[in-house]
Write a new protein. Structure first.
Length: 328
């Protein structure tokens, strides 16, 4: 049984705590900002004996085997350098930083401890991703479609309007990380940005897979009445993630003959297989935690799946390139 301490106690922290409870590990301490409305309920639900209103007190007074860092989206970069330097293995929710410049500073300052860090891009750990990755590596991939219609208005109401300018880092980076995990580095061949001055509400263009020499048809039209989706187009099949927690494999077409309701012949894609994620925990969190423990805490296997700080840097740089903040 391992002992964990939490910095932060919001929704993401609860998803991690659920997994740790299922794995029979202990949460020995939690910290949150002063007068946090959630910390008492969190401690009660997960039987946490020690509550702190300052994360630095956890580092000074507790000796957990690992830390879960799940603070507000704009606070991580302010504390994470010192947290990593503690030497305690850390699973850190994204975004680590809101600019590549800041993330480079963090990586440089904490290089000695980077092997102890996993970044919380849990989509890599969806149940069907290993199969999809094998298919990508063995079949003829022709193109990819990535649609990211983030519900910015809803997110801004939940947090604040300040998050709008950082929505690529906060939400869209999940899908971009999964994309690069599956196909490797990408470059931007073309990007059209539209919307208000200094705050575009849509990005549409072509990314290019360096490894597979194929285009990625990219669109991020915020608040669009659409679903997040990724489609991998092969010579004879299509593997589509839509909703993103489900993978459907299509092969060939079905012909629907005219009937009393529809007087003309129709053709629809034939569904070969459908894969859904286990609903026991927040999707991806269970396998991610198992990977974190094995690679960063116990160090009994190499990390071939989880997102490293350098992986997170690539995602951050891609977000900045999409926004036009740094050159491609």
């Amino acid at each position: 049984m391992l002992s964990f301490a939490f910095i932060g106690c919001g929704n993401a922290a609860r998803f991690h705590a659920d997994v740790l409870s299922g794995l029979n590990h202990r949460i020995i301490a939690v910290s949150a900002r002063k007068q946090s409305p959630h910390i008492v309920a969190f401690a009660k639900e997960y039987q946490v004996p020690y509550i702190y209103d300052n994360w630095q007190k956890i580092l000074a007074q507790e000796k957990p085997d690992a830390l879960i860092v799940a603070v507000s989206w704009d606070q991580t970069e302010k504390i994470i350098e010192d947290v990593i330097k503690s030497g305690i293995p850390c699973l850190i929710e994204k975004p680590i930083a809101l600019s590549s410049k800041k993330l480079i500073e963090i990586i440089s300052a904490t290089e000695k401890f980077n092997q102890n860090v996993l970044v919380g891009y849990n989509r890599r750990f969806y149940d069907f991703v290993p199969q999809l990755k094998r298919v990508i590596e063995s079949e003829e991939l022709i193109s990819i479609e990535l649609n990211m219609p983030e519900a910015v208005d809803f997110i801004a109401k939940t947090y604040s309007s300040n998050i709008i300018d950082h929505i690529l880092f906060y939400m869209s980076s999940h899908w971009l990380d999964l994309l690069m995990y599956l196909i490797g580095d990408v470059r931007i061949d073309y990007m059209r940005r539209s919307g208000g001055e200094g705050n575009p509400n849509s990005y549409n263009g072509i990314l290019y897979s360096i490894r597979y020499n194929i285009p990625v048809h990219f669109q991020a039209n915020f608040n669009a009445p659409s679903q997040i989706a990724m489609a991998f187009n092969f010579k004879d099949t299509i593997y589509k993630l839509c909703p993103i927690e489900m993978m459907t494999v299509y092969g060939g077409m079905e012909r629907l003959e005219p009937d009393d309701k529809v007087k003309f012949r129709r053709y629809i894609p034939r569904v070969i297989e459908t894969y859904e994620i286990s609903a026991d925990y927040k999707p991806g969190f269970y396998r991610q935690m198992k990977n974190f423990i094995a690679t960063c805490v116990e160090h009994n296997q190499t990390n071939e799946i989880g997102c490293t700080l350098n992986d997170a840097l690539k995602v951050t740089e891609l977000c900045e390139q999409i926004k036009g903040e740094i050159s491609t």
